[in-house]
Design a binder for this molecule. Structure first.
Ligand SMILES: NC(=O)c1ccc[n+]([C@@H]2O[C@H](COP(=O)([O-])OP(=O)(O)OC[C@H]3O[C@@H](n4cnc5c(N)ncnc54)[C@H](O)[C@@H]3O)[C@@H](O)[C@H]2O)c1
Length: 339
């Protein structure tokens, strides 16, 4: 590997553009060298914006290219396994967007490839890089709330994701597309594993999508039993319309610690006719610094300077929990999360 970590972006859509902008402007030690997307318009538009000269139609060519050290997998969830496995087998480092895959079989193939690779896979769980969430983790590690026996985590997206993501067979559903972050947050902050989940869901705003895609829900509430007697509640909604909303509260035996605020900044306007705060419009805005820190972490992981903050095992664990939630939604029963 040269001094610079040469990064290929796989998937020039919503998430890809966030990482692409970071790597083309603001991540020391990295250079964006290629953009791969089977849709010519997407790869050319993003390459033009980012000033990247090399574009490829076949993501596997980028994932195995000799001139690439690390790949960012930001393609649709059902394509992650093919790209990540090829990249790992070619010894590349991988930043894989969440969820790790759309099925456990795919996730286990990625894990096996990571285990046999000189490259390392890190998960795109950007909340681990957010100052507020990281402070909560520090407080817990310092013992400030005692034993963190309960986590409540809320994740709501403003607008519907791309069409493929409304189909649970391709995205693993709302709980994976929006709430993978919450499932990871629960494990991270409780320092416990999922044991059993009981979920209820509704197509409260978009029954038309439930008719088109079996298993579609736009509102979900999950009660979770964790190892060592822990409990958690995760709720998700999308489209929430009012903005992006990511909040966590960790109750411990000696206190409570929380992070996340759906208001952008702290300005609150109060007038005789009411009080107004600006909502956070999107995940790009709320977690802009976290995505930059995550991308900078990829450089240090690729150089062997740091172990991934969230690795392939964390991706598998969050997906296992998400798939158990989907089964609970189907069966109307609590489901054991086997691992
Ligand atoms: N961490 C986050 O906050 C976050 C936010 C949004 C999306 N995501 C995740 O990022 C991934 C992409 O989501 P998105 O919303 O950007 O999707 P998107 O549909 O906006 O973009 C996906 C892009 O990948 C391209 N593509 C299609 N098939 C491909 C293939 N086989 N190989 C490579 N590229 C292919 C598409 O042409 C499109 O340009 C998903 O896994 C999603 O869950 C994560």
């Amino acid at each position: 590997m040269t001094d610079l970590v040469r990064v290929a972006l796989i998937g020039a859509g919503r998430a890809g553009l966030v990482h692409g902008r970071n790597f083309s402007t603001g991540v020391p030690g990295a250079r964006l060298v290629a953009i791969a997307d089977p849709v010519a318009e997407a790869r050319q538009r993003v390459a033009a914006e980012l000033g990247c000269r090399r574009t490829l139609a076949d993501p596997l060519d980028a994932a195995t290219d000799d001139g690439v050290d690390a790949v960012v997998v930001a393609s649709p969830t059902f394509t992650h396994a093919a790209v990540a496995v090829a990249a790992l087998q070619a010894g590349k480092h991988v930043l894989c967007e969440k969820p790790l895959a759309s099925s456990l079989e795919e996730a286990e193939r990625i894990q096996a490839a990571a285990d046999g690779s000189s490259g390392t896979l890190m998960m795109g769980f950007m909340r681990r890089f957010d100052a507020g969430f990281a402070r909560v983790a520090e407080r817990i590690a310092a013992g400030d709330v005692g034993d963190p026996v309960f986590v409540r985590s809320t994740g709501r997206g403003p607008g519907l994701p791309p069409e493929w993501a409304n189909d649970p067979r391709r995205s693993a559903g709302l709980i994976a597309e929006v709430n993978s972050h919450d499932l990871d947050t629960v494990r991270w902050l409780s320092t416990r594993e999922f044991e059993r989940v009981y979920a209820a869901g509704r197509a409260a705003k978009r029954p038309d999508l439930a008719a088109r895609y079996p298993g579609f829900v736009d509102l979900v509430a999950v009660t979770c039993e964790l190892s060592e007697g822990g409990l958690a509640q995760v709720d998700g909604a999308c489209p929430a319309d009012y903005g992006y909303d990511a909040r966590v509260e960790v109750y411990g035996t000696e206190g409570v610690v929380m992070a996340g605020d759906p208001r952008a900044g702290t300005a609150l306007l109060v007038r005789a006719d009411g009080a107004v705060a600006d909502p956070v419009r999107s995940w790009r805005e709320l977690f802009a610094d976290a995505y930059r820190a995550e991308d900078a972490h990829l450089v240090r992981v690729a150089r062997g300077e740091e172990a991934p903050r969230a690795g392939v095992g964390d991706g598998v664990a969050a997906l296992r929990a998400a798939l158990a939630v989907n089964r609970s939604l189907r069966e109307g029963q609590p489901v054991q999360v086997t691992g």
